[in-house]
Design a protein around this ligand. Sequence first.
Ligand SMILES: [Zn+2]
Ligand SMILES: [Zn+2]
Length: 309
Amino acid sequence: MNQSLAGLGGDAHEPAVDVPGPSAGRGNDEDRLNIRSSLAFFALHLLPFLAIFTGVTRAALVLALVTFTMRMFFITAGYHRYFAHKSYRLNRIWQFVLAFGGTMASQKGPLWWAAHHRNHHRFSDTERDVHSPGRGFWWSHVGWILCDKYNQADRSQIRDFARYPELRFIDRHDWIGPWTLGAICFLIGGWSGLLIGFFASTVLLWHVTFTVNSVAHVFGRRAYETDDTSRNTLLVALATGGEGWHNNHHRYPWSARQGFRWWQIDVTYYVLRALGWLGIVHDLRPVPATVIEEARGARARRRASDTSP
Ligand SMILES: [Zn+2]
Ligand SMILES: [Zn+2]
C-alpha cells in the first residue's frame, strides 16, 4: 500500500489519468508489489502490539469501537453509495462532511476511491477490473493497492464530483483526516487510545472493507445470475453494515439499499433512512420491484435445474 493510502505519509498526489488498457494483466512492472510501501503497510499492522507496553484501557476499546463504526459508515454510505453510485442526494456541506469522514478511514480520497470503484462495476471480473477476483483472492483483497499501478485514479470516471474544488482539495490532502483522528484518539485515550482506538481499528477497518472485494466475490449465494462472480454473504453484510449483499448490489448498484429483502440486514440503509427523516439525506433511490421479482425467477430456475435428472 502506498503511504497515501495508509494516510500517514502525507503523500499528496496530483490528479492524473490512468486508464487501465487491455494490456492490464499479469506481468506488468507496475503490477508488482511495491516493497517499500508494502513494508509500511505491514508495519502498521504491528503497531497495535506496542499496547503490550501501554496496556489497553477501557477508553481505548470504546474509541476503537466508535472509530470503526463511524468510519465504516463514511465508507459504505459516503464513498460507496454516494460518491461511487449517487444513490441519494446531499447538499454541498453534508457532501463535504461525508468526504472528509471517509478520508479518516485511510483509504485515500473520495475521488480516488469512487473512480476505482466505478471501474470495478464497469469491468467486473475482467482484466480491466482493478481488483478482479480472477487474479486470485490476495489480489482482490489487498494486492491491487500494494502495487503502484492504481496510485492515480482515472478522473474521467468521476467528473461529476471532481468539479467541486473542496473535494479535489480533500482528495489531494487525504492525510488530514487520519492525522486529525489519530490526534483526537491520542488526546482522549493517550498512547493506548492511539494504538488501539486508532491504529488497531484502522487495520481492522481495512480488512473488513476489503472483504467486499475478496470474500463477497468467492463465498456466499447468488440471488441473481449476473455476469460477474459477486455473492451475497451474511457475515460480510453484518461486518460492513450491509455491503455483503454484493450480488444484489452488482445487479442493481444504483439503489441506496443493498439488502433488497426485509431479512437482508443493511444497517447503512437504516441509518440513511433515519438521516432522510432528519432532512439531511434526500431522494434515496429504491430497488425496482421488477429487480426484486427477478431473484424469485432465478431461484425457481435454480430449483428446477437442481431437481432435473
Ligand atoms: Zn464487486
Ligand atoms: Zn458498488
